[in-house]
Write a protein that binds this ligand. Sequence first.
Ligand SMILES: Nc1ncnc2c1ncn2[C@@H]1O[C@H](COP(=O)(O)OP(=O)(O)OP(=O)(O)O)[C@@H](O)[C@H]1O
Length: 302
Amino acid sequence: MASKPQPAPTMQNGAAQDDIVIRVRGLVNRFGEQVVHQDLDLDVRRGEILGVVGGSGTGKSVLMRSIIGLQMPADGAIDVFGHAMIGGSDQDAEAVRRRWGVLFQNGALFSTLTVAENVQVPIREYYPRLDDQLLDEIASYKIIASGLPPESSSKFPSELSGGMRKRAGLARALSLDPELLFLDEPTAGLDPIGAAAFDNLIKTLRDLLGLTVFIITHDLDTLYAICDRVAVIADKKVVAVGTIEELVALDHPWIQEYFNGPRGRAAEQSAERAGEEGLRPSSPRQADALSGSDELGTGGGA
Ligand SMILES: Nc1ncnc2c1ncn2[C@@H]1O[C@H](COP(=O)(O)OP(=O)(O)OP(=O)(O)O)[C@@H](O)[C@H]1O
Protein backbone atom coordinates (compact mmCIF):
# COMPACT_ATOMS: atom_id res chain seq x y z
CA MET A 1 0.00 0.00 0.00
CA ALA A 2 1.35 3.42 -0.91
CA SER A 3 2.37 5.68 1.94
CA LYS A 4 2.70 9.02 0.21
CA PRO A 5 1.35 10.78 -2.84
CA GLN A 6 2.58 9.23 -6.07
CA PRO A 7 3.28 11.92 -8.63
CA ALA A 8 3.79 9.70 -11.62
CA PRO A 9 1.85 6.49 -12.02
CA THR A 10 4.09 4.46 -14.25
CA MET A 11 4.46 1.00 -15.65
CA GLN A 12 6.48 0.15 -12.55
CA ASN A 13 3.14 0.23 -10.77
CA GLY A 14 2.27 -3.07 -12.34
CA ALA A 15 0.94 -2.55 -15.85
CA ALA A 16 2.90 -3.72 -18.86
CA GLN A 17 3.38 -1.33 -21.76
CA ASP A 18 0.72 -3.04 -23.90
CA ASP A 19 -1.77 -2.63 -21.11
CA ILE A 20 -1.57 1.14 -21.14
CA VAL A 21 -4.35 2.55 -23.32
CA ILE A 22 -3.74 6.23 -22.49
CA ARG A 23 -0.34 7.58 -21.52
CA VAL A 24 0.02 11.25 -20.65
CA ARG A 25 3.46 12.63 -19.89
CA GLY A 26 4.56 16.11 -18.89
CA LEU A 27 1.24 17.70 -19.84
CA VAL A 28 1.12 21.48 -19.61
CA ASN A 29 -2.05 23.50 -20.18
CA ARG A 30 -2.31 27.26 -19.80
CA PHE A 31 -4.94 29.86 -20.44
CA GLY A 32 -3.14 33.18 -20.55
CA GLU A 33 -1.43 33.55 -17.20
CA GLN A 34 -3.40 30.72 -15.65
CA VAL A 35 -1.52 27.43 -15.48
CA VAL A 36 -4.02 24.58 -15.27
CA HIS A 37 -1.63 21.62 -15.68
CA GLN A 38 2.10 21.53 -15.07
CA ASP A 39 3.96 18.28 -15.82
CA LEU A 40 0.89 16.12 -15.41
CA ASP A 41 1.42 12.37 -15.91
CA LEU A 42 -1.25 9.69 -16.11
CA ASP A 43 -1.61 6.10 -17.30
CA VAL A 44 -4.96 4.47 -17.99
CA ARG A 45 -4.83 0.70 -18.14
CA ARG A 46 -6.66 -1.50 -20.58
CA GLY A 47 -10.03 -2.68 -19.29
CA GLU A 48 -10.12 -0.53 -16.19
CA ILE A 49 -12.66 2.01 -15.08
CA LEU A 50 -10.52 4.94 -13.98
CA GLY A 51 -12.21 7.66 -11.97
CA VAL A 52 -10.73 11.16 -12.20
CA VAL A 53 -11.44 13.42 -9.23
CA GLY A 54 -10.27 16.79 -8.00
CA GLY A 55 -11.66 20.04 -6.71
CA SER A 56 -13.68 22.29 -8.96
CA GLY A 57 -11.50 23.99 -11.57
CA THR A 58 -8.50 21.68 -11.10
CA GLY A 59 -8.55 20.78 -14.78
CA LYS A 60 -10.35 17.46 -15.07
CA SER A 61 -12.32 18.47 -18.14
CA VAL A 62 -9.31 20.20 -19.68
CA LEU A 63 -7.39 16.95 -19.23
CA MET A 64 -10.12 14.99 -21.00
CA ARG A 65 -10.35 17.58 -23.76
CA SER A 66 -6.58 17.41 -24.21
CA ILE A 67 -6.66 13.64 -24.57
CA ILE A 68 -9.49 13.66 -27.11
CA GLY A 69 -7.91 16.47 -29.11
CA LEU A 70 -10.29 19.34 -28.31
CA GLN A 71 -7.63 21.26 -26.41
CA MET A 72 -4.09 21.72 -27.72
CA PRO A 73 -1.71 21.55 -24.74
CA ALA A 74 1.20 23.95 -24.38
CA ASP A 75 3.53 20.98 -23.87
CA GLY A 76 3.64 17.27 -23.17
CA ALA A 77 2.96 13.95 -24.85
CA ILE A 78 -0.30 12.05 -25.13
CA ASP A 79 -0.35 8.51 -26.52
CA VAL A 80 -3.59 6.61 -27.04
CA PHE A 81 -3.42 2.95 -28.09
CA GLY A 82 0.31 3.53 -28.57
CA HIS A 83 -0.16 6.36 -31.09
CA ALA A 84 1.12 9.88 -30.48
CA MET A 85 -1.88 12.20 -30.49
CA ILE A 86 0.30 15.31 -30.55
CA GLY A 87 2.88 15.66 -33.28
CA GLY A 88 2.05 12.27 -34.81
CA SER A 89 0.45 11.66 -38.18
CA ASP A 90 -3.07 13.03 -38.70
CA GLN A 91 -4.12 9.73 -40.22
CA ASP A 92 -3.05 7.80 -37.13
CA ALA A 93 -4.83 10.26 -34.86
CA GLU A 94 -7.98 9.95 -36.96
CA ALA A 95 -7.85 6.16 -36.79
CA VAL A 96 -7.49 6.33 -33.01
CA ARG A 97 -10.37 8.78 -32.65
CA ARG A 98 -12.55 6.20 -34.37
CA ARG A 99 -11.83 3.83 -31.47
CA TRP A 100 -13.27 5.96 -28.67
CA GLY A 101 -16.64 7.33 -27.68
CA VAL A 102 -17.33 10.41 -25.58
CA LEU A 103 -20.24 11.31 -23.34
CA PHE A 104 -20.06 15.02 -22.53
CA GLN A 105 -21.53 16.35 -19.34
CA ASN A 106 -24.61 17.87 -20.95
CA GLY A 107 -25.04 14.99 -23.41
CA ALA A 108 -24.22 17.34 -26.31
CA LEU A 109 -27.10 15.95 -28.36
CA PHE A 110 -28.28 17.75 -31.48
CA SER A 111 -31.64 19.20 -30.44
CA THR A 112 -33.10 19.12 -33.96
CA LEU A 113 -32.33 15.43 -34.47
CA THR A 114 -34.15 12.45 -32.99
CA VAL A 115 -32.33 10.07 -30.68
CA ALA A 116 -31.80 7.60 -33.53
CA GLU A 117 -30.49 10.35 -35.82
CA ASN A 118 -28.14 11.54 -33.08
CA VAL A 119 -26.75 8.03 -32.71
CA GLN A 120 -26.29 7.79 -36.47
CA VAL A 121 -24.25 11.00 -36.78
CA PRO A 122 -20.82 9.44 -36.06
CA ILE A 123 -21.69 6.34 -38.10
CA ARG A 124 -22.60 8.43 -41.15
CA GLU A 125 -19.37 10.37 -40.77
CA TYR A 126 -17.19 7.26 -40.87
CA TYR A 127 -19.39 5.04 -43.06
CA PRO A 128 -21.17 7.39 -45.48
CA ARG A 129 -22.31 4.57 -47.74
CA LEU A 130 -24.36 2.60 -45.23
CA ASP A 131 -28.00 2.42 -46.22
CA ASP A 132 -30.73 3.86 -44.03
CA GLN A 133 -32.15 0.52 -42.99
CA LEU A 134 -28.82 -0.67 -41.65
CA LEU A 135 -28.25 2.67 -39.92
CA ASP A 136 -31.65 2.34 -38.25
CA GLU A 137 -30.84 -1.18 -37.09
CA ILE A 138 -27.48 -0.15 -35.63
CA ALA A 139 -29.06 2.84 -33.89
CA SER A 140 -31.82 0.65 -32.43
CA TYR A 141 -29.28 -1.77 -31.05
CA LYS A 142 -27.24 1.02 -29.42
CA ILE A 143 -30.37 2.64 -27.99
CA ILE A 144 -31.51 -0.62 -26.41
CA ALA A 145 -27.98 -1.41 -25.17
CA SER A 146 -28.02 1.96 -23.41
CA GLY A 147 -31.17 1.02 -21.53
CA LEU A 148 -33.62 3.18 -23.43
CA PRO A 149 -36.98 1.87 -24.58
CA PRO A 150 -37.06 1.27 -28.35
CA GLU A 151 -39.77 3.91 -28.83
CA SER A 152 -37.36 6.62 -27.66
CA SER A 153 -35.59 6.32 -31.04
CA SER A 154 -38.02 8.73 -32.65
CA LYS A 155 -38.05 11.23 -29.80
CA PHE A 156 -36.21 14.53 -29.73
CA PRO A 157 -33.84 15.33 -26.83
CA SER A 158 -36.31 17.88 -25.45
CA GLU A 159 -38.86 15.07 -25.03
CA LEU A 160 -36.54 13.04 -22.79
CA SER A 161 -35.87 13.16 -19.06
CA GLY A 162 -32.36 14.01 -17.85
CA GLY A 163 -31.54 10.35 -17.29
CA MET A 164 -32.81 9.40 -20.72
CA ARG A 165 -30.72 12.15 -22.33
CA LYS A 166 -27.64 10.72 -20.63
CA ARG A 167 -28.49 7.32 -22.03
CA ALA A 168 -29.07 8.77 -25.49
CA GLY A 169 -25.64 10.43 -25.24
CA LEU A 170 -24.21 7.09 -24.20
CA ALA A 171 -25.88 5.37 -27.15
CA ARG A 172 -24.19 7.86 -29.45
CA ALA A 173 -20.86 7.37 -27.67
CA LEU A 174 -21.22 3.63 -28.33
CA SER A 175 -22.23 4.07 -31.96
CA LEU A 176 -18.86 3.12 -33.46
CA ASP A 177 -18.24 0.15 -31.11
CA PRO A 178 -15.53 1.97 -29.16
CA GLU A 179 -12.82 0.29 -27.13
CA LEU A 180 -12.41 3.36 -24.96
CA LEU A 181 -15.13 5.46 -23.37
CA PHE A 182 -14.78 8.99 -21.96
CA LEU A 183 -17.48 10.11 -19.56
CA ASP A 184 -17.60 13.61 -18.10
CA GLU A 185 -19.67 13.61 -14.91
CA PRO A 186 -22.22 11.11 -16.24
CA THR A 187 -24.32 11.00 -13.06
CA ALA A 188 -24.42 14.77 -12.46
CA GLY A 189 -28.01 15.92 -12.22
CA LEU A 190 -29.46 12.42 -11.91
CA ASP A 191 -31.50 11.31 -8.93
CA PRO A 192 -29.81 8.64 -6.75
CA ILE A 193 -31.72 5.76 -8.30
CA GLY A 194 -31.04 6.93 -11.83
CA ALA A 195 -27.38 7.54 -10.97
CA ALA A 196 -26.97 4.05 -9.52
CA ALA A 197 -28.65 2.50 -12.54
CA PHE A 198 -26.33 4.45 -14.82
CA ASP A 199 -23.31 3.25 -12.83
CA ASN A 200 -24.56 -0.30 -13.22
CA LEU A 201 -24.95 0.17 -16.93
CA ILE A 202 -21.39 1.47 -17.34
CA LYS A 203 -19.95 -1.43 -15.40
CA THR A 204 -22.06 -3.96 -17.30
CA LEU A 205 -20.99 -2.49 -20.64
CA ARG A 206 -17.36 -2.51 -19.56
CA ASP A 207 -17.64 -6.16 -18.55
CA LEU A 208 -19.54 -7.20 -21.67
CA LEU A 209 -17.63 -5.19 -24.25
CA GLY A 210 -14.20 -5.09 -22.60
CA LEU A 211 -14.17 -1.30 -22.61
CA THR A 212 -11.63 0.93 -20.96
CA VAL A 213 -13.44 3.78 -19.21
CA PHE A 214 -12.12 7.24 -18.26
CA ILE A 215 -14.70 8.85 -16.03
CA ILE A 216 -14.62 12.32 -14.51
CA THR A 217 -16.86 12.43 -11.48
CA HIS A 218 -17.61 14.20 -8.23
CA ASP A 219 -19.81 11.29 -7.25
CA LEU A 220 -18.33 9.28 -4.37
CA ASP A 221 -20.90 6.53 -4.84
CA THR A 222 -19.73 6.06 -8.42
CA LEU A 223 -16.14 5.79 -7.25
CA TYR A 224 -16.99 3.14 -4.68
CA ALA A 225 -19.39 1.26 -6.93
CA ILE A 226 -17.56 0.92 -10.23
CA CYS A 227 -14.06 2.47 -10.35
CA ASP A 228 -11.07 0.14 -10.28
CA ARG A 229 -8.67 3.01 -9.64
CA VAL A 230 -9.01 6.70 -8.98
CA ALA A 231 -6.67 9.48 -10.14
CA VAL A 232 -6.60 12.63 -8.04
CA ILE A 233 -5.82 15.97 -9.66
CA ALA A 234 -4.50 18.68 -7.36
CA ASP A 235 -1.68 21.19 -7.53
CA LYS A 236 -1.87 21.14 -11.37
CA LYS A 237 -1.02 17.45 -11.70
CA VAL A 238 -2.09 13.92 -10.83
CA VAL A 239 -0.89 13.74 -7.25
CA ALA A 240 -1.96 10.14 -6.69
CA VAL A 241 -3.59 7.23 -8.46
CA GLY A 242 -4.68 3.93 -6.99
CA THR A 243 -7.54 2.06 -5.43
CA ILE A 244 -9.63 3.99 -2.93
CA GLU A 245 -8.04 1.91 -0.19
CA GLU A 246 -4.59 3.01 -1.35
CA LEU A 247 -5.64 6.64 -1.65
CA VAL A 248 -7.14 6.93 1.83
CA ALA A 249 -3.82 5.76 3.26
CA LEU A 250 -2.12 8.85 1.82
CA ASP A 251 -1.71 12.00 3.87
CA HIS A 252 -2.51 14.46 1.09
CA PRO A 253 -4.87 17.06 2.60
CA TRP A 254 -7.37 17.16 -0.27
CA ILE A 255 -7.51 13.37 -0.47
CA GLN A 256 -8.09 13.11 3.26
CA GLU A 257 -10.78 15.75 3.17
CA TYR A 258 -12.46 14.13 0.19
CA PHE A 259 -12.47 10.48 1.24
CA ASN A 260 -12.47 10.91 5.00
CA GLY A 261 -14.81 13.91 5.14
CA PRO A 262 -18.43 13.32 6.15
CA ARG A 263 -19.63 12.48 2.64
CA GLY A 264 -16.70 10.21 1.90
CA ARG A 265 -17.18 8.28 5.13
CA ALA A 266 -20.90 7.97 4.52
CA ALA A 267 -20.29 6.60 1.02
CA GLU A 268 -17.73 4.13 2.33
CA GLN A 269 -19.91 2.94 5.21
CA SER A 270 -22.91 2.53 2.98
CA ALA A 271 -20.86 0.62 0.44
CA GLU A 272 -19.56 -1.68 3.17
CA ARG A 273 -23.05 -2.21 4.57
CA ALA A 274 -24.49 -3.06 1.19
CA GLY A 275 -21.52 -5.37 0.54
CA GLU A 276 -22.11 -7.24 3.81
CA GLU A 277 -25.74 -7.71 2.89
CA GLY A 278 -24.61 -9.39 -0.30
CA LEU A 279 -25.99 -6.69 -2.53
CA ARG A 280 -24.28 -6.10 -5.79
CA PRO A 281 -23.12 -3.55 -6.81
CA SER A 282 -22.04 -2.53 -3.37
CA SER A 283 -23.25 1.02 -3.03
CA PRO A 284 -26.31 1.97 -1.02
CA ARG A 285 -27.48 4.05 -3.89
CA GLN A 286 -27.35 0.97 -6.05
CA ALA A 287 -29.16 -1.03 -3.42
CA ASP A 288 -31.93 1.55 -3.75
CA ALA A 289 -31.83 1.11 -7.48
CA LEU A 290 -32.09 -2.65 -7.24
CA SER A 291 -35.21 -2.38 -5.17
CA GLY A 292 -36.58 0.62 -7.02
CA SER A 293 -39.09 0.52 -9.81
CA ASP A 294 -37.23 2.73 -12.27
CA GLU A 295 -34.73 0.21 -13.57
CA LEU A 296 -33.95 2.34 -16.54
CA GLY A 297 -32.96 5.21 -14.32
CA THR A 298 -34.84 7.44 -16.60
CA GLY A 299 -36.13 9.76 -13.96
CA GLY A 300 -34.41 12.78 -12.55
CA GLY A 301 -32.55 15.90 -13.23
CA ALA A 302 -31.17 17.97 -15.98
N1 LIG B 1 -11.38 27.51 -22.93
C1 LIG B 1 -10.95 28.02 -21.78
N2 LIG B 1 -10.48 29.28 -21.71
C2 LIG B 1 -10.02 29.79 -20.55
N3 LIG B 1 -9.99 29.11 -19.39
C3 LIG B 1 -10.45 27.86 -19.40
C4 LIG B 1 -10.95 27.24 -20.59
N4 LIG B 1 -11.33 25.98 -20.29
C5 LIG B 1 -11.08 25.80 -18.98
N5 LIG B 1 -10.55 26.92 -18.44
C6 LIG B 1 -10.14 27.09 -17.06
O1 LIG B 1 -9.34 25.98 -16.72
C7 LIG B 1 -9.59 25.60 -15.36
C8 LIG B 1 -9.94 24.14 -15.32
O2 LIG B 1 -11.20 23.95 -15.92
P1 LIG B 1 -11.91 22.52 -15.99
O3 LIG B 1 -13.22 22.73 -16.65
O4 LIG B 1 -11.00 21.53 -16.57
O5 LIG B 1 -12.10 22.20 -14.43
P2 LIG B 1 -12.77 20.93 -13.78
O6 LIG B 1 -11.77 20.33 -12.87
O7 LIG B 1 -13.35 20.06 -14.81
O8 LIG B 1 -13.89 21.65 -12.91
P3 LIG B 1 -15.37 21.20 -12.46
O9 LIG B 1 -15.18 20.08 -11.50
O10 LIG B 1 -15.91 22.42 -11.81
O11 LIG B 1 -16.13 20.81 -13.71
C9 LIG B 1 -10.70 26.51 -14.86
O12 LIG B 1 -10.12 27.55 -14.10
C10 LIG B 1 -11.32 27.04 -16.12
O13 LIG B 1 -11.85 28.32 -15.92
